[in-house]
Design a protein around this ligand. Structure first.
Ligand SMILES: [Zn+2]
Length: 234
């Protein structure tokens, strides 16, 4: 009897010594909870946007780029669960949060049969210097999880960032466009010819980064582009 409970007891001792906290609210996690506490899990703001109907993420890109469809999994707000999750993922070395979000979103996409024809899943790339500094692209695990559910190929070697600059969001759109049009590069456009691509980022705000990346992907002939992200600012 005692032996069967031993793993749980050890687990509890471990949790007591090294408390594992919720990435959404910092509360200590109870046994059985992972990444998020039950309260945060119930309160996390899912957009429920689909790839069938028009949604506010589509409207961000209207008149800017010719994409097939856009969506996003969560609402991003200046305070709260989603902001804390993304912050931990990007700046606190908690790369596994990308798996957590990707597994959750991937199941929903697969169950609803959205995006069943996607060939390649491509993340917005980091510049090699930034990648070295952070140690990982925060979108990679998310993308690999989605690729598993969508039976697509995760490809992070074809779209690369050639200059280590920040996306300027405060400048005018036209000026920004002229300054940024050479920020990204396709290593081998022919690989993407006539393929259906899902372009991924962590958070969509102005849409500027997605716009420039999508335009770079369109240097490949006949591509169809879908866009999604972990979260969106609306
Ligand atoms: Zn919580």
């Amino acid at each position: 009897m005692l032996y069967s409970k031993l793993p749980n007891i050890l687990n509890d001792i471990n949790t007591l010594l090294f408390p594992i906290v919720c990435f959404g609210c910092n509360a200590r996690l109870n046994r059985g909870e992972k990444h998020l506490c039950t309260v945060c899990r119930n309160q996390i703001p899912l957009t429920d946007f689909t790839f069938n109907e028009e949604n506010p993420v589509d409207r961000i890109f209207y008149g800017r780029i010719n994409i097939k469809k856009a969506s996003s999994f969560l609402y991003f707000t200046e305070i709260g669960i989603v902001k804390n999750l993304i912050h931990n993922l990007k700046y606190k070395n908690q790369e596994q949060i990308g798996v957590f979000i990707g597994e959750w979103y991937g199941q929903i996409l697969a169950e609803n049969n959205f995006l069943k024809d996607i060939d390649y899943i491509i993340p917005v790339p980091l510049h090699s210097k930034k990648l070295k500094k952070r140690g990982y692209n925060q979108v990679t695990k998310f993308g690999k999880s989605l690729a598993k559910y969508l039976n697509a190929i995760f490809l992070d070697t074809i779209l690369i960032k050639t200059e280590n600059t920040k996306t300027q969001t405060k400048k005018g759109r036209l000026r920004r466009w002229h300054e940024q049009k050479n920020l990204y590069h396709l290593t081998n456009p022919l690989v993407l010819a006539n393929k259906k691509i899902l372009l991924l980022d962590d958070v969509i705000t102005t849409g500027a980064t997605m716009e420039i990346c999508a335009k770079t992907l369109q240097e490949a002939p006949g591509v169809t582009i879908y866009i999604t992200s972990m979260a969106v600012v609306l």
